[in-house]
Design a binder for this molecule. Structure first.
Ligand SMILES: Cc1cc2nc3c(=O)[nH]c(=O)nc-3n(C[C@H](O)[C@H](O)[C@H](O)COP(=O)(O)OP(=O)(O)OC[C@H]3O[C@@H](n4cnc5c(N)ncnc54)[C@H](O)[C@@H]3O)c2cc1C
Length: 490
């Protein structure tokens, strides 16, 4: 079967559907077709029902938090008629980072020694200063780029910190946030994220302007579902994995595994760069693109949601937060327990829950265990931290993103030494082919907001060719059609 449209978008996650929605808003007469490999839209956002105190409620197993400083996703959420609510974070916090001993704070400050807290504060200042100096359009153009790309985040922290407590705290924070060990990741990659977010506090914090500040009522998968409905559900073809993209001077032919071929003028790839490598391209993708694909690593993250009858932690004056290296375990094949970070996940309808992550090396080790063994270990670790009430859950669900077909991982990071072709390889159009997906974003790359920004940018590039009168000079300025990179802080 062969179909002809104006634009094909490969990937029905937030980024691809933002591109489709943007094209549709600019000119509803444009024939747009989204080809999605899975049987659902949303990609790395997935909202599921769980048994809860007041019946059934909904939780996010993928992307969850947004923030007032993420203007691209916040504007979209508002436009789609969705609402946000704040992350609960008041009360005592737990850490289990330096040893198996669980420490609890009396205030909102993490329970670390005064020396470790002072050490963390000076590290934050240093990271913020370095982050500010990085050009988020192309981090490799920055003054200290080569030096920073040649060291891992682990080395950067070792050079900067003098207390074991602060170092171990940061190690766990990185694991939880990205799903990679600090020793695997380029310091330049990490610092470009810090710079584009506006500081370390914004990356790890939980105030409304921080990356963990707000959640979407009813879940984030709705964002993609609503956009799919707006572009016309008949234009979003599920179960259509793309296997071949061939372009020449006349157009592009996109072939799916199920035999369907769609021909078009221009196309957008809106998927993780690691998934792009499974498609054959004729002519082949540029050397820069192939090079950066080899340096991008998908983080290992299993996300767990547990629902409860009561938010017992809140009644004990606790925030529900814990950072742990995993604690001890007697399960063979696992060095430490499964958990790294835990937070309150109660919904605005009053249904108590905790969300937690099994991340990086721990995720790999624990993925080899039976689901029941893993669940037992998660509940045991929670009980060690929060007390016996943590064991009496109503519902339990986990999602290992490394096993998710067509996604193969959660958040992407760049390996030490791999940043040279980050911007040009991920963002530069190749003939009739354009690139979206959160990894290609300038601001908040790896987050949903980056996915939205990249989707709008790629759609604008296409409008420049197919409907130039629908875009302003200002809109065009952010695209790779005018120059490869946007002027900084434009
Ligand atoms: C556990 C977890 C927690 C996260 N937490 C947050 C958070 O709190 N806040 C935040 O902002 N972000 C978070 N993220 C990241 C966020 O979810 C992503 O940045 C965002 O959803 C990426 O959107 P995307 O459209 O770029 O890519 P994706 O969502 O990965 O969409 C790509 C789509 O392409 C499809 N595809 C792949 N290959 C093919 C093919 N060959 N043919 C057709 N289709 C194909 C895939 O099936 C997928 O649907 C989290 C992610 C995970 C996994």
């Amino acid at each position: 079967m062969e179909k002809q449209v104006d634009v094909v978008i490969v990937g029905g996650g937030i980024s691809g559907l933002t591109a489709a929605y943007h094209l549709h808003k600019k000119d509803p007469s444009l024939r747009v077709c989204v080809l999605e490999a899975k049987d659902r839209v949303g990609g790395r956002t997935l909202t599921v029902p769980l048994k809860s105190k007041n019946g059934t409620d909904y939780w996010d197993l993928g992307g969850q938090w947004v923030s007032t400083s993420q203007k691209d996703i916040m504007n979209l959420i508002k436009e789609l008629g969705l609402e946000t609510y704040p992350q609960y974070h008041s009360g005592r916090k737990f850490t289990q980072v330096e040893s198996a001993k669980v420490k609890s704070s009396r205030t909102d400050v993490p329970p670390l020694s005064v020396f470790a807290l002072a050490d963390l504060s000076s590290l934050n200042s240093k990271l913020n200063k370095l982050g500010k100096e990085i050009d988020s359009n192309d981090p490799y153009r920055s003054k200290k780029a080569k030096e920073l790309d040649s060291k891992s985040v682990h080395t950067l922290f070792k050079e900067s910190l003098w207390t074991d407590g602060a170092f171990k705290f940061m190690e766990v924070a990185i694991r939880t946030a990205i799903g990679l060990e600090p020793s695997q990741m380029s310091a330049l990659f990490f610092l470009s994220g810090v710079g584009s977010a506006g500081g370390v506090e914004a990356v790890f914090g939980m105030n409304e302007s921080d990356a963990q500040g707000l959640k979407v009522k009813g879940g984030t998968q709705q964002i993609s579902q609503i956009m799919a409905n707006k572009v016309g559900i008949e234009n979003v073809l599920l179960d259509h994995p793309v296997e071949d993209v061939t372009q020449d001077e006349k157009g592009i032919r996109i072939k799916c595994v199920n035999g369907v071929t769609v021909c078009c003028e221009r196309a957008i790839l809106a998927m993780p760069p690691t998934a792009t490598s499974k498609i054959s391209f004729n002519p082949p993708l540029s050397r820069e693109r192939l090079e950066i694909e080899r340096w991008i690593m998908k983080g290992n993250t299993t996300k767990v949601i547990i629902t409860y009858q009561e938010a017992f932690w809140r009644s004990h004056g606790q925030s529900g937060e814990a950072l742990t290296y995993g604690g001890p375990t007697d399960v063979a094949g696992c060095d430490v327990g499964p958990l790294s970070g835990v937070m309150d996940a109660s919904t605005p309808s009053g249904n108590p829950a905790l969300v937690m992550f099994v991340a990086a090396d721990q995720a790999i080790q624990w993925s080899k265990q039976d689901a029941e063994v893993r669940k037992g270990a998660v509940l045991r670790s929670l009980t060690d931290i929060f007390g016996p009430e943590a064991e009496n859950c109503l519902d339990y669900i986990e999602q290992d993103w490394s096993n998710e077909p067509f996604i193969d991982g959660a958040i992407a990071g760049v390996a030490t030494g791999g940043m040279k072709y980050y911007a040009s390889g991920l963002r530069q159009p190749q003939g009739r082919l354009h690139f979206a997906g959160t990894e290609s974003a300038i601001d908040w790359s790896a987050y949903m907001s980056g996915g939205v920004q990249a989707g709008v940018r790629a759609a604008t590039e296409i409008l420049y060719h197919l409907r130039p009168d629908t875009i302003s000079d200002q809109e065009l300025l952010g695209t790779a059609c005018v120059s490869s990179y946007r002027p900084k802080h434009n």
